[in-house]
Design a protein around this ligand. Structure first.
Ligand code: ADP
Ligand code: MG
Length: 623
């Protein structure tokens, strides 16, 4: 029997580090949460190589007393609770006292901190929790933690790290959510010396702009309402502002980012009648419910929560979003018109000369609802500035919403109908590999052929489409694709995940004849495309490719291209109703001879066979 050992704190910390510090992003999360708990109003995060080489988080919070700094890195050391009753009343993000000792045990760690009432600050350094040194030093009020060489002493964990780029994108997603969830705190986030996001702590709108930009803001309804004790506030995309994956959906429950099925399906279902397949709504919603109706006491790393009454949550959110989208009269009470949208002062204050800036605070006419837009202007030295301009257009909001809705619904209805019509045609496939004799064209749509004892009716459009499709596909498979240079390179803008996805497949796209290269952050420049795609919108093509990246990882992009090829074939094929010349007929006849699976690229049948026996039966020649 082995002896039972009490683990040394060194071993214990490394084991618990495995749970708390999974990846660089978890270190950033723990450090930032400590900064928020310290009452900071300004927090800076800087990472190098996806946080693997270094992570620095600094804040202007209340700091740590010189005499306490050594305790901060001890296991179970926390200033956030002291007695058992405190557990029932936790208002801080951390309270377990696990983060710092865990981080310390797997990195080269430095912490500088100073409280407002002490003159000097202190600096603590340690490598893997050993050789802890504490000294006095000059410092600003607040705390700065630097974590270098994460997992340098735990090679097993180091192996599990992804590429610096992937780790960085995980941290960037976290920073996005953090900024949106804490609009009252200013954040600055720098990765490899590049300023990625900067927010100014002056409200949700400003935070939203710093992540998604002004153009997205304009595409959203800003809603703010309370129903059944549930507060719902934030931005939801207008009907036409749909995304091709779920990466643009954030829910903050009582200030915390969550992934929750009840909430997300309520929103999705409210949108469902406005969305086509593979379209997803955009939203950043903050939902506040009474704390006693939600159980957040799951593991701190888990993002889900449990509601005591799912139905109320679902019903309330569903009804609020539906009303906004329907443009019902209630929507006016839910949507906050632009009058409440603050000018993002901090953005404007950054500009030296603001002579282009026009304010319309409507101080003397507070009741009047102005409609504002932001415009990009340039001052004399060419510095861009954002200008909030009031538009004279003072339409009633209800009318706006209704009109937009109606047009959109009509369009959907039309598209649905077209699809239904297409699907309703369904006949069995037949094989056509014989020598046919052309009889003539009927109804300007069908070609009649006979073959001894059988009569064939060919759909001229479907048949021609198939011929073109096969030719294009052959070119595609045998690398005989023609390439077209674009007059102006197309610049494709994507998000972090999408960018990773494309980068991993650059060679695939290039093999298709697409000259694509990275063009700044999360953007790509496309200079040539395969001729097949010349008639389609490149953005649409990528929207299709990026639909649900996770599932697409398994899906073959070739299938998508064949789809495009089919569309192209359809466009250039002879239409039904076209009168055909003898040459046209010959083209079809020759082309069709080599085709065995006789269906058009959309899956409709090309030909219908009527047998001699069948016709004989019509005329009662046989029974
Ligand atoms: P917890 O957050 O669960 O209390 P941590 O290990 O994350 O545990 O931190 C330990 C303690 O160190 C905290 O309780 C707090 O007193 C102190 N501390 C850590 N980071 C900061 C910071 N940025 N500002 C002020 N105090 C901090
Ligand atoms: Mg903590």
């Amino acid at each position: 029997m082995s002896k039972i050992n009490i683990l040394s704190s060194k071993i214990y910390n490394r084991i618990s580090a495995g749970e708390v510090v999974e990846r660089p992003a978890s270190v950033v999360k723990e450090l930032v949460e400590n900064s928020i708990d310290s009452g900071a109003t300004s927090i800076e995060v800087e990472i190098v190589d996806g946080g693997i080489t270094s992570i620095r988080v600094s804040d202007n919070g209340h700091g740590i007393e010189n005499s306490e700094i050594k305790s901060a890195i001890l296991p179970h050391a926390t200033s956030k609770i002291s007695k058992i009753e405190d557990l029932d009343n936790i208002s801080s993000l951390g309270f377990r006292g696990e983060a710092l000792p865990s981080i310390v045990s797997v990195s080269k760690f430095k912490m500088v901190s100073k409280t407002a009432d002490s003159e000097l600050g202190s600096i603590l350094t340690t490598e893997g929790g050993e050789n802890v040194e504490v000294n006095s030093c000059g410092a600003l009020d607040g705390t700065e933690v630097t974590v270098n060489n994460l997992f340098y002493n735990t090679p097993a964990r180091e192996k599990f790290l992804k590429t610096p780029r992937s780790e960085e994108s995980e941290i960037s997603s976290y920073m996005q959510r953090l900024i949106l969830a804490n609009p009252e705190i200013s954040f600055k986030y720098v990765a490899n010396d590049k300023l990625m996001y900067q927010s100014f702590g002056d409200g949700l709108e400003s935070a939203f702009i710093s992540i998604y930009g002004l153009s997205t803001l304009k595409e959203c309804f800003f809603i703010d309402t309370e129903k059944n004790g549930i507060k719902i506030k934030g931005y939801i995309g207008k009907h036409h502002f749909v995304k091709s994956n779920r990466g643009y959906q954030s829910i903050f429950l009582n200030g915390r980012y969550v992934i929750n099925n009840t909430v997300s399906s309520a929103i999705s279902n409210a949108y469902s009648s406005y969305l086509m397949k593979r379209q997803y709504p955009f939203y950043v919603l903050s939902i506040t419910v009474p704390t006693e109706t939600v159980d957040v006491n799951v593991h701190p790393n888990k993002l889900d929560v449990r509601f005591s009454n799912n139905q109320i949550i679902y019903g309330t959110i569903y009804s609020v979003i539906s009303k906004v989208l329907e443009g019902s009269s209630d929507a006016v009470n839910i949507i906050v018109e632009n009058k409440n949208l603050e000018t993002p002062n901090s953005l404007i204050n950054n500009i030296d000369s603001i002579h282009n800036y026009v304010t319309h605070n409507n101080i003397d006419t507070p009741k009047k609802q102005g409609i504002y837009e932001y415009e990009m202007c340039f001052n004399d030295s060419g510095t861009p500035s954002l200008t909030k301009v009031e538009k004279l257009n003072n339409k009633e909001p209800e009318i706006d919403i209704f009109a937009e809705n109606k047009a959109y619904l009509e369009k959907l209805e039309r598209e649905k109908k077209e699809r239904q019509e297409e699907n309703s045609i369904c006949q069995t496939e037949i094989k056509l590999d014989k020598n046919l004799t052309y009889v003539g064209q009927a109804l300007n749509t069908f070609l009649l052929f006979e073959d001894g004892e059988d009569l064939y009716l060919l759909d001229q459009h479907a048949a021609h489409e198939r011929i073109i499709f096969d030719k294009l596909k052959e070119g595609f498979i045998f690398d005989k694709l023609e390439i077209q240079s674009l007059l102006l390179p197309y610049v494709l803008e994507v998000n972090e995940n999408e960018s990773d996805f494309i980068i991993e497949r650059l060679s695939f796209f290039r093999n298709l004849g697409m000259d694509i290269e990275e063009f700044g952050r999360n953007s790509f420049k496309i200079s040539t495309i395969p001729l097949i795609l010349s008639e389609i919108n490149i953005q649409k093509f990528f929207d299709l490719v990026l639909i649900d990246i996770n599932s697409l990882k398994k899906l073959d992009i070739k299938d998508l291209l064949f789809d495009k090829i089919a569309q192209k074939a359809c466009k250039s094929a002879i239409k039904s109703g076209d009168k055909l010349s003898k040459e046209d007929t010959n083209v079809i006849l020759e082309g069709i001879k080599n085709n065995f699976g006789l269906k058009c690229p959309h899956g409709r049948p090309i030909a219908v066979k009527i047998s001699r026996t069948e016709i004989d039966k019509w005329f009662k020649r046989i029974v």
